[in-house]
Design a protein around this ligand. Structure first.
Ligand SMILES: [Ca+2]
Ligand SMILES: [Ca+2]
Ligand SMILES: [Ca+2]
Length: 329
């Protein structure tokens, strides 16, 4: 009997049609990340767009044109770049994203809620993959349990976030869909603590098997299609970093324009000019290991450092920080 109950329970858990994922923004259990959440450390600052078609089934219409790569940079602001059918955005992070506790980054789109059902929203979806080197990408296991009885049209029909997991675009404007690198921890070829690239690829929501996108369960993802406008497809607003490798945080703290560090590359001494209001510094290796923490002086001894890349973080009495990189010869 126990075995039977276990069998039933296992079937319930493994049946994708019965899975319930986190609900839309504002509902209990939602995993949405607000754009002004204090867990966000920084925002994407480098993006390349590979436009997709206005309609993949009629390429004479050309490609989408709304926004450009700049629209995807900085804090979420509802200024978007439209990827088009099957279009891609590739974001590069010089300071790599790492696998911290919980979610590690979040992707912002411009969906909007159904005015008469708070569980539903007009959503356009995208698959998400990450890479160490910009060549080998590994995808999050996307799930969309929306039925495929009839095509979700390009307007007027809403999706329920509880049927969607690991697809960007699950949440409405100003709320990011979060991703946890821990879920990719079993992939030996991927270092989840050194993610330099995120690839966001529009889901072609067509039910036509020639063009469709399938989820990890080989289920066709039924989302708005066609969207035959210059604004067609996934609308990327921003990408927030929640965990990253080096102790930057510059984006949310004081930035001085007067500070100069020289020479760089450095030999025996690193000179710091006009360092006020900073009073102390912390020196890190390229992998984030703290080497020393001291009061700032005009001249810092570096002759004992091995050759390589280092990070120096200046901090004021108020806790404001600024980070610089230098190379020891
Ligand atoms: Ca994580
Ligand atoms: Ca789409
Ligand atoms: Ca934006």
């Amino acid at each position: 009997m126990k075995i039977f109950i276990f069998f039933i329970f296992t079937c319930l858990l493994s049946n994708p049609c019965l899975s319930q994922f986190a609900p839309q923004v504002g509902l209990q259990g939602s995993s949405a990340i607000a754009k002004d959440s204090n867990i966000i450390l920084s925002w994407a600052s480098n993006c390349i767009i590979h436009r997709g078609w206005i309609d993949i089934a009629d390429t004479t219409l050309g490609k989408t044109s709304q926004g450009d790569s700049l629209s995807a940079l900085g804090m979420a602001d509802a200024n978007i770049v439209s990827l088009g059918d099957g279009g891609e955005a590739i974001l590069y992070f010089e300071n790599p994203i790492t696998n911290g506790n919980g979610f590690d980054f979040a992707i912002f789109e411009n969906g909007f809620r159904n005015p008469i059902d708070s569980n539903e929203a007009f959503l356009e979806l995208a698959t998400v993959a990450v890479s160490n080197d910009g060549i080998n990408y590994y995808s999050f296991n996307a799930v969309c349990n929306q039925d495929t009885l009839s095509q979700i049209p390009g307007a007027g029909v809403y999706l329920d976030a509880r049927k969607i997991n690991n697809l960007a675009g699950k949440y409405i404007t100003y709320y990011g869909t979060p991703f946890d690198l821990d879920e990719l921890g079993m992939i030996l070829a991927l270092d989840i603590n050194n993610i330099h690239y995120i690839k966001i690829k529009d889901v072609v929501g067509s039910l036509n098997k020639q063009f469709c996108t399938r989820d990890i369960n080989n289920h066709i993802i039924n989302e708005p299609y066609p969207t035959p406008y210059p604004t067609g497809g996934f609308d990327l607003d921003a990408v927030a970093v929640i965990h990253h490798k080096y102790p930057t945080g510059v984006e949310q703290t004081y930035q001085s324009t007067n500070i100069q560090l020289y020479p760089n590359p450095v030999n025996d001494f690193l000179y710091i000019v006009d360092f006020a209001p900073f009073t102390q510094y912390r020196l890190f290796t390229s992998t984030g290991q703290l080497l020393k923490k001291e009061l700032i002086a005009k001249c810092i001894e570096t002759h004992t450092l091995k050759s390589g890349l280092y990070w120096i973080e200046l901090e004021s009495k108020q806790g404001n920080k600024q980070v610089f990189r230098f190379v020891k010869q």
